[in-house]
Design a protein around this ligand. Structure first.
Ligand code: SAM
Length: 261
């Protein structure tokens, strides 16, 4: 297992900022002194304010620039390079452990489908460290897709096929040993497609945001419902907490193994 190195992300608990590449993201307006303090501490080229919560199908942020002008940057994390424009594309620091976990989840014999690839949040570390035969990385947003392609090149990967499409339009059947569903809100609506991608036996990484009270029931009920509908049996599963999403709500992922009936 590789060690974490050269992650440039920094989080200051008092100022509440995160540094992505050489851009700092804040979530509240800052006065001149606070801006100067961040510039001195981080040597950043730009400071952007995320003005609202990141929502919507493409998870695009709404921003205001507080300092500087350039919003495109290269973020280094766990030995991987991620180029992105923080004014157009989200970066979730809270998902770092999951990106690292996904790096080592696969192996050289597998074909993987990343249904919501974004700029390669999971695809890049997984392709680099697990070295599967192939990762199909599907992304619908042309801007995120552009950076996904850049990141495949930047990380010198030759085992990733990027696909610009809504994943529901992609015609790949019975090809995946592993399907990653790194998307929250209505993820279950994409489970039929995930089973279409899956081989007779395989694993789905199913993400959900769910109230703590029903965290151990609802995702499993949904997985059982859709597996039955698609003629699969749930063999075993593990629930992993990713982060607190809102008060009383968790972002979780279920690693679920299925077999065709
Ligand atoms: N898992 C990511 C992380 O670790 O930070 C965050 C989620 S990622 C931003 C979700 C991506 O799914 C977005 O880039 C969005 O454009 C894409 N997406 C949403 N619906 C899609 C669909 N139907 N087909 C393909 N991509 C889709």
């Amino acid at each position: 297992m590789c060690k974490i190195f050269n992650s440039y992300i920094e989080k200051d608990e008092i100022m509440k900022y995160q540094k992505v590449g050489d851009v700092v993201i804040v979530k509240k307006e800052l006065n001149k002194d606070e801006i100067n303090e961040i510039i001195n501490k981080t040597k950043c080229k730009t400071i952007v304010l995320y003005t609202t919560q990141i929502t919507g199908e493409f998870r695009a942020p709404h921003i205001k620039i507080l300092y500087g002008s350039e919003t495109e940057t290269i973020h280094k994390e766990y030995g991987c390079l991620f180029k992105l424009d923080v004014s157009k594309i989200m970066w979730s620091q809270g998902n770092i452990k999951e990106r690292v976990r996904m790096a080592h989840i696969s192996n050289e014999n597998e074909t993987v489908i990343d249904m919501f690839a974004g700029i390669g949040y999971f695809t890049i570390p997984l392709a680099k460290y697990s070295k599967p035969k192939l990762v199909y990385a599907i992304e619908k947003n042309p801007i995120a897709y552009h950076y996904l392609c850049e990141n495949i090149k930047l990380n010198k990967l030759n085992n990733v096929t990027p696909i610009l499409s809504d994943n529901r339009e992609v015609k790949l059947k019975d090809v995946a040993d592993r399907v990653i569903m790194g998307y929250v809100h209505k993820t279950h609506k994409f489970l039929d497609k995930a089973f279409e991608f899956l081989k007779d036996r395989g694993v789905i990484h199913y993400h959900e945001t769910v109230a703590e009270k029903i965290m151990f029931e609802r995702p499993i009920e949904r997985l059982k419902f859709y597996s039955k509908k698609n003629n699969y049996k749930l063999l075993n599963y593990k629930i992993v907490k990713i982060k607190k999403y809102a008060p009383g709500v968790w972002h979780i992922v279920v690693d679920a193994e299925f077999k065709k009936l």
